[in-house]
Design a protein around this ligand. Structure first.
Ligand SMILES: *Cc1c(COP(=O)(O)O)cnc(C)c1O
Length: 377
């Protein structure tokens, strides 16, 4: 019989990890929705910044248009210098990625393989499971705090995560605040947690939403970096800085860890216009402040509006909220899509009775609520 060179055949030729892998699920076919609804589409499914980047980003990119035939700086040194100054770390402690997604994948590629374990929380960011599987390592998924937890329902159970770390644990992934739950934890909890993790395990703190957190008990893990050489912090320009389309993220860690990560980095992984735009937006702190203030205001009012409709909204320190819609979630979601409002289904996370709603602009949030009222009625 002739061989069929289909996906199953090629999968059988793939490495063990990739054989068990499923491609990242981006949620919906947004390109098709954009074609159908045009400007009327309300995109609240991907946690993008509705206000866009500082206008300085566009000017910086225009300036790059005359040198598109040249490779960019392979090290992205100017951007690294700006980031080092901003965060109070050395240039050698920074690694740039084509989005932080790339860096999260490469961390597993570098530090975990067959026979190794990677620890992360249930409802942790989807890329953690993908990266682990791709590397051929074993995922140790730790139960999250229960839905009826008094202060942080669905939050990371740091005690249980620390207890799951064993001598075969190579990597621990933690998102603070976390996507898709929006949950977070503070400095004291972090210090206790890190004191319990052996130095042999690399601990990755994904802080994609750090800029948006304004709770008094939230803290970035960055101040602890110098005391814990096994600590990695990842950040992104996709969310608070409004540059999701350019794909730039970065990590901060001990120089030795960065040097080993450099070995697997693709040459020129961050393009020239993206490097220039990121440098430019770092300078415009006024725009960032304005956009973060608006997000905080809209997050509060959207949360209250949803609660007034008797929906359970989980606590969030991000630019999205996780909301319980009950047994009719799929029907409600479909009815919203029919009106051009796109949210993120949560079935893939095992939260099929919830939807994740990006905090949009004031107008977008009002349109979501109007569409929702039609559906509920
Ligand atoms: C959006 C997001 C990222 C950022 O991904 P990029 O590849 O930098 O766009 C990383 N981690 C979490 C938890 C996120 O939600």
């Amino acid at each position: 019989m002739a061989t069929t060179y289909d996906e199953a055949w090629f999968a059988s030729r793939a490495s063990r990890g990739v054989q068990g892998l499923r491609a990242y699920d981006p949620g919906h076919d947004l390109v098709a929705f954009r074609r159908k609804f045009g400007d009327m589409l309300v995109e609240l499914g991907s946690n993008e910044n509705p206000y866009g980047p500082s206008p300085a980003a566009r000017m910086a990119i225009l300036d790059q248009l005359h040198s598109l035939h040249r490779y960019p700086d392979p090290l992205g040194l100017d951007l690294k210098r700006a980031l080092a100054a901003k965060h109070g770390v050395d240039v050698g402690q920074i690694l740039l990625g084509n989005g932080s997604h790339e860096l999260l994948m490469q961390l597993a590629q570098v530090f975990a393989g067959e026979g190794d374990e990677v620890v992360f929380s249930r409802y942790g960011f989807a890329v953690f499971a993908l990266a682990t599987q791709c590397a051929g390592a074993k995922a140790r998924v730790v139960e999250a705090l229960p839905r009826d937890h008094a202060t942080m329902p669905l939050g990371h159970d740091l005690d249980a995560i620390a207890a799951a770390v064993t001598p075969v644990t190579k990597l621990v992934y933690i998102a603070n605040p976390n996507n898709p739950t929006g949950t977070w934890f503070g400095r004291d909890a972090m210090e206790v947690f890190l004191s319990r993790i052996p130095g042999e395990a690399v601990v990755v703190f994904d802080e994609a939403y750090a800029e948006m957190a304004n709770a008094p008990d939230y803290s970035s893990v960055l101040p602890l970096l110098s005391r814990h050489p096994n600590l990695v912090v990842t950040r992104t320009f996709s969310k608070a800085y409004g540059l999701a389309g350019l794909r730039v993220g970065y990590l901060m860690a001990a120089p030795g860890l960065v040097a080993v990560m450099e070995r697997v980095r693709e040459s020129f992984n961050v393009n020239g216009p993206a490097l220039a735009a990121c440098e430019a937006v770092l300078d415009d702190t006024a725009h960032l402040r304005w956009s973060l203030d608006r997000n905080a205001t809209e997050r509060t009012s959207l949360t209250e509006a949803l609660q007034e409709r008797n929906l359970r909204v989980y606590p969030s320190q991000t630019n999205f909220v996780l909301v319980e819609f009950g047994p009719n979630t799929a029907l409600i979601e479909a009815a919203l899509i029919a009106q051009g409002v796109v949210l993120r289904p949560m079935g893939g996370y095992g939260l099929g009775d919830c939807l994740r709603i990006t905090v949009g602009s004031h107008e977008e949030n009002l349109r979501l609520l109007a569409a929702l009222d039609k559906v509920i009625a």
